[in-house]
Design a protein around this ligand. Structure first.
Ligand SMILES: [Zn+2]
Length: 366
């Protein structure tokens, strides 16, 4: 039952100081003109969707509806050495020049404000702290509530709201410093984790399993035949899904593809890039709260069976603050030992209730 397991939730207010402003001029004149012209064709004012209110909404819900077994921990900043395990030093040098400034880093939606570089360092370092907690056995599982998110960031490029690839930094740390050479990364964000894929493309000791809405949905990668290369051929597993796919499809992918892949891979540690933009309220896919709970329960079962329960989650997307907070809450309940509800087909329970209510009016049997 809920509270049977201990779960550390990592949070750090420094990550609230990443506040990109969509009115900040772009770096290069021609990019600025190009993006301004695109924005002007939209009828609504475009606001930066990856804002501090995402984390506040989660923390508010966890304060008003506490989950038994969860305790809160403060994060910390990643060092340059830790970041350099997955990011090129030229990129780290470049990022450093934006400290304290407002700017756009990439035409595809990535901007920074005065506190952004420190926030990104804390997001990556907090992801490392979450991994260290489960490897040391301080908690059964952990969940790092971080932003900016990470899974679109590549070795040399900020992309899609992401500056540093948090889950990749955490996985590389586990390999290099925590005696966990084999790391399974499960990415259930609605968008493909292109950055995580490219960073570990040729690494046979990181298995990436990624379910996402199929291209041409952003970022346009994640085709089924992208399976890794070189020594890493076979350790990238992509499951692209149609936009209407929801709980049943994603759970099938977990049970029928992830399960055998994880058994074959035999990880020392399982990391999850949970994105809750796959919730139906976020419009990218069609997952429900119970669906996310079931995914968490399935992954927890894998961790129990394969790597002594070592499981850390590192937040990616989710832009409807209500469904984001509710989804994180549901996942934490399951991680803490709460009941896993098998998700029903949308509307099925409503129909059952309606059948019970109406049927007597039309049947001689009652
Ligand atoms: Zn996403």
């Amino acid at each position: 039952m809920e509270g049977d397991r201990s779960v550390f939730v990592f949070h750090d207010d420094r990550m609230l100081q990443h506040r990109p402003d969509s009115n900040t001029p772009f770096l290069k004149d021609r990019l600025d003109r190009r993006v301004r012209s695109i924005l002007e064709t939209l009828n609504v004012e475009w606001k930066y969707p990856e804002h501090p209110g995402r984390l506040s909404a989660i923390m508010d819900l966890l304060a008003s509806s506490p989950v038994e077994g969860v305790s809160f921990q403060t994060g910390r900043a990643a060092t340059r050495e830790q970041l350099a395990r997955v990011h090129a030093t030229a990129y780290l040098d470049d990022i450093e020049t934006y400290r304290g400034k407002q700017a756009w880093l990439d035409v595809d939606t990535t901007a920074v404000s005065a506190g952004s570089i420190e926030a990104a360092e804390v997001a990556a370092g907090t992801s490392i702290a979450a991994v260290e907690a489960v490897v040391a056995g301080a908690a059964d599982h952990s969940f790092a509530l971080v932003r900016p998110p990470g899974h679109h960031a590549e070795s040399l490029r900020a992309r899609g709201f992401c500056l540093f690839n948090n889950v990749a930094v955490a996985a590389a740390h586990a390999q290099a410093a925590l005696d966990c050479p084999r790391v399974l990364i499960i990415d259930w964000d609605a968008h493909h984790g292109n950055g995580t894929q490219s960073i570990f493309w040729a690494d046979p000791d990181v298995l990436l399993f990624d379910v996402h809405r199929a291209a041409p949905f952003y970022p346009g990668t994640g085709h089924m035949d992208e399976i890794g290369g070189g020594r890493g051929e076979g350790t990238t597993v992509n499951v692209p899904l149609t936009a209407t796919a929801g709980d049943a499809a994603v759970l099938q992918a977990f049970r029928r593809i992830l399960g055998p892949a994880a058994q074959w891979f035999q990880p020392d540690l399982i990391l999850v890039s949970p994105g809750f933009d796959a919730h139906y309220s976020d419009l990218a896919l069609n997952m429900s709260f119970d669906g996310f709970g079931a995914l968490a329960g399935y992954v927890q079962g894998l961790a129990d069976e394969l790597c002594e329960g070592r499981l850390a989650l590192i937040l990616e997307g989710g832009y409807n603050t209500e469904s984001l907070a509710g989804s994180v809450h549901r996942v934490l309940q399951v991680l803490a030992g709460g009941q896993v509800e098998e998700p029903s087909e949308a509307g099925q329970e409503d129909v059952e209730q309606a059948v019970a209510f109406h049927l007597s009016a039309f049947s001689e049997d009652f």
